[in-house]
Write a protein that binds this ligand. Structure first.
Ligand SMILES: [Zn+2]
Length: 143
């Protein structure tokens, strides 16, 4: 059996699903200065206490990019709808930006800045119009 990487699993959920920031040891990623406003907005979104949508793969994960003693904690997927596109990133993405200078794609950062409060009806509507309901079904079917 071939093991597929988790970001590939997510990408296979649909052509509109765009995983961002699933970094792994030995992989390459773009580096640079992430705008402060986008970083701060992302910090709010990754607070999983604010994420009411049940599409989450909770598990323990350690940063595989740190050379030593990477942060170890609960990791869930954060879903960021933007029009018909559904971005998804791990909670560790802010660590990757802060500690490893990971630079997410600019369309992802635009989506982060435009993302409504996750507890709002606006967020739920955006989630559904980006195919959130179908994605949730596909994930539950594979768990
Ligand atoms: Zn790290």
């Amino acid at each position: 059996m071939t093991e597929i990487r988790y970001d590939e699993f997510l990408r296979n959920l649909g052509p509109n699903v765009h995983p961002v920031g699933y970094l792994y040891r030995g992989g390459t990623f773009s580096m640079g200065a992430t705008p402060t406003a986008a970083y701060e907005a992302l910090k709010v979104l990754i607070d999983f206490d604010l994420n009411p949508i049940g599409v989450a793969s909770a598990g323990m994960h350690q940063c595989g990019v740190c050379q030593f003693d990477g942060p170890f904690g609960k990791s869930i997927d954060i879903w960021i709808p933007h029009g018909s596109t559904m971005f998804v990133c791990p909670t560790l993405v802010t660590h990757y930006i802060a500690a490893h200078r990971f630079l997410p794609p600019s369309d992802f950062l635009d989506a982060v800045l435009a993302c409504p409060d996750m507890q709002s009806m606006e967020y739920k509507k955006a989630f559904l119009s980006a195919g959130g309901s179908e994605i949730r079904k596909l994930i539950s079917a594979q768990m």
